[in-house]
Design a protein around this ligand. Structure first.
Ligand code: TLP
Length: 343
């Protein structure tokens, strides 16, 4: 039987034999007492790589973003982000549920909003009856914008707005590794413009679980307490941290390969008159595309019958994500399946 080609997300990867060996051999201790040597090593390694004073291993990307937002805000505060941002669309309403804060979404282009838009969205400090703007948030790469990279010049311009108004600047860098692989700009350079960053180990890097948040020591100390309050204090979690450490050390350079695979697939999608894709947006490992002659659900079902799994990118679009568990050969197979289904 042919293997199912799973392009629903880069989260579907399974730990490799070498990664499992690192997990098996990991030294562990009680991380709630900060006594897990492998977690401590991962946090130190990640902080250095990201170029921040301190880092914290957390269970997921959602937890990472939400911990950052919680520590940076007080109930009643507001956060400016792009309308298609993950924190606004895919985190179960947790800014309001967990932190009592609200989102001010700004309409962007490929996930990018301008400094002028950010400035216009900031509430006047004198208006005591309005929410207080506290954070500007950026997502890089941008999931719903087909993995588009946020240009560094715009990041710097947004940072300057944040600084001018004394706001925090947070990066949802779930896939910052992909942005860095695509542009050659280091993760530390990206992170240097932000107060706080959350980045995933369990997406393109291939770890089974976990994210890292990074920022100042003071910020991480506060996040450590909130993580415990939210039930995220884990014990001998070095077994999972070992996978993250392995991923950070071994799987960053190969992300370019995933981007090549996405290009190959996107070109084929673009050549199909029954599919619509914005090739300009496909800059990393995500392809958002529209089936023109059937619904997203019908398209998913038909592809699945032929051994190809796709996710829904939006209500009208499909999403294919390339990753380390899908080969170039399987990408060719995926192209064939799509051309049969969308003929
Ligand atoms: N994204 C998932 C789904 O939630 C859509 C995926 O399959 O891509 N920030 C960004 C930009 C993300 O894409 C995701 C996950 C997260 C945060 C949350 O990460 P997890 O799933 O680890 O909580």
């Amino acid at each position: 039987m042919n293997k199912i080609i799973d392009l629903r997300s880069d989260t579907v990867t399974k730990p490799s034999a070498e990664m499992r060996k690192a997990m098996y051999e990991a030294e562990v201790g009680d991380d709630v007492f900060k006594e897990d040597p492998t977690v401590n090593e991962l946090e130190k390694f990640a902080a250095e790589l990201i170029g921040k004073e301190a880092a914290l291993f957390v269970s997921s990307g959602v937890m990472g973003n939400q911990l950052c937002l919680n520590v940076l805000t007080n109930p009643g505060d507001e956060i400016i982000c792009e309308k298609n941002a993950h924190i606004f669309n895919y985190e179960s309403g947790s800014p309001s549920a967990l932190s009592g804060i609200q989102i001010y979404p700004v309409e962007g282009n490929l996930g990018v909003f301008t400094p002028e838009q950010a400035e216009a969205a900031i509430r006047p400090v004198s208006a005591y009856y309005m929410p207080r703007t506290k954070v500007i948030e950026v997502e890089n790469t941008h999931n719903r914008a087909s993995g588009a990279v946020h240009p560094i010049e715009n990041i710097i311009a947004l940072k300057n707005v944040a600084k001018k108004y004394n706001l925090f600047f947070h990066l949802d860098g779930a896939r910052i590794w992909n942005a860095s692989a695509a542009t050659g700009i280091s993760v530390a350079e990206y992170a240097s413009h932000f107060d706080t960053i959350s980045c995933c180990l369990s997406k393109g890097l291939g770890a089974p679980v976990g994210s890292i948040i990074a920022g100042s020591k003071e910020f991480i100390d506060k996040a450590f307490c909130v993580r415990k309050a939210w039930g995220g204090g884990m014990r001998q979690v070095g077994i999972l941290a070992a996978a993250g450490l392995f991923a950070l050390k071994n799987n960053r350079d190969r992300l370019k390969e995933d981007h090549e695979k996405a290009q190959i697939l996107a070109q084929s999608i673009s050549a199909n008159p029954n599919l619509k894709v914005n090739l300009e947006a496909v800059q990393t490992n995500i392809i958002i595309f529209e089936p023109l002659k059937m619904t997203v659900e019908e398209a998913q079902t038909k592809c699945k019958e032929k051994g190809l799994l796709l996710s829904a990118g939006t209500a009208t679009a499909l999403r294919a994500v390339t990753h380390l568990d899908v080969s170039f050969e399987e990408i060719e197979k995926a192209k064939e399946i799509m051309n049969r289904v969308f003929s």
